[in-house]
Design a protein around this ligand. Structure first.
Ligand SMILES: Nc1ncnc2c1ncn2[C@@H]1O[C@H](COP(=O)(O)OP(=O)(O)O)[C@@H](O)[C@H]1O
Ligand SMILES: [Mg+2]
Length: 339
């Protein structure tokens, strides 16, 4: 584990056709159990799940930037062993001159919840987007099960994306659609279920997040915490193997945040969902993580369980866990006051 502290300079990107803003539609996996508990109210923001629709129309979109020129996606033997459901091998990603990922090697084990920690702008969301082919690496490989996906065509990615539920950081519910229609959306896009069956699935998913019976409401009638949970219901309505949570508790008070934590745990324990959670919320990380990974300067600088993070003698990790400013930042501030 190394680190590089380069703070990237922003750069517009040509190869990121999908941005948070652009990704509100998505698809979501379905649910079977019911685990709902919780009642809430609160504000936060909405979320969504995987994009799929681009896949449907792959020809428009399988153009240039989504696919590496000349590459074909294939199913090859996975590089190595263990139960890695998702694997990053030497992944590099830059936007113009901004180097975001500078050699990420990571395996995500099936059935576990991995929390990705790191300062803002360090590439956590970028990392998640590589897992579903929303971004492509400049170098390196990304694998899902036995398939290499970084060079896969969009049309082939559709199947991969169905295995993922994505709770986006910024994405929203469709305000003009009822809650039930929002949750049904991925089912309409990706299944041939009848309308009554879709309704049943949606209701099950809503029940699972503790919101049974609210299907006929409009998103505008919900609190922020409820919207987040509806987005989570949408993210799991297709019964994904993996759920990616991008800052799922941001904007929620501690109680509502804990409801989300409990849902992450319930999805993992009851449905065996493999979770990847990006968060700044240390309390949430401690609660849900089987494993924590810290990104900094484009690389993984720490990887271990919560205890290892607590006891880390890496200054950067220690400061992050304690919510303390970085030494460099402190120096800059002191410099600014002429000390
Ligand atoms: N599509 C894009 N085009 C250009 N720059 C991007 C794009 N996506 C992310 N970035 C930049 O990459 C860096 C890492 O972003 P991100 O992964 O969103 O950070 P975070 O760790 O806060 O989630 C940021 O500087 C961000 O502005
Ligand atoms: Mg982010």
């Amino acid at each position: 584990m190394t680190h590089v502290n380069r703070q990237p300079s922003l750069e517009p990107d040509s190869d990121a056709p999908w941005d948070d803003a652009a990704m509100n539609e998505v698809d979501l996996p379905v649910v079977r159990g019911d685990e709902g508990q919780t009642n809430d109210t609160e504000a936060g923001e909405p979320a969504a799940t995987l994009p799929h629709d681009q896949d449907a129309t792959d020809e428009q979109e399988s153009s240039s930037e989504q696919t590496h020129p000349g590459s074909q996606s294939t199913t090859r033997p996975r590089p190595t062993s263990i139960d890695a459901l998702i694997r990053f091998v030497g992944v590099h990603k830059a936007f113009g001159r901004l180097k975001v990922l500078t050699g990420v090697d990571l395996d995500f084990e099936a059935g576990k919840t991995t929390v990705i920690l790191g300062p803002s702008g360090t590439g956590k969301s970028v990392l998640l987007k590589h897992m579903v082919g929303l971004l492509r690496p400049d170098a390196g490989e990304v694998w899902f099960e036995d398939k290499r996906i970084d060079d896969m065509r969009d049309r082939d990615l559709v199947e991969v994306r169905k295995q993922f539920g994505f709770l986006f950081q910024m994405a929203a519910l469709f305000d003009s659609m009822t809650v039930a229609d929002n949750v049904c959306f991925p089912l309409v896009e990706h299944t041939k279920l009848s309308k009554p069956d879709r309704r049943d699935k949606a209701e099950q998913a809503l029940k699972m997040v503790g919101l049974a019976g609210i299907g006929e409401k409009m998103p505008g009638e919900l609190s922020g915490g409820q919207k987040k949970r509806v987005a989570l219901a949408r993210a799991v309505v297709l019964e994904p193997k993996v759920v990616l949570y991008d800052e799922p508790t941001t904007g929620l008070d501690p109680i509502r945040s804990d409801v989300i934590n409990e849902l992450i745990l319930a999805l993992n324990h009851n449905l065996g969902v493999t979770g990847v959670v990006v968060t700044h919320d240390i309390a949430s990380a401690r609660k849900v993580a089987d494993r924590m990974v810290m990104l900094h300067g484009g690389k993984v600088i720490a990887d271990g369980d919560a205890d290892a993070f607590e006891q880390s003698d890496n200054e950067r990790v220690r400061r992050f866990m304690n919510g303390e400013a970085d030494v460099e930042d402190l120096d800059l501030i002191r410099g600014g006051f002429g000390h």
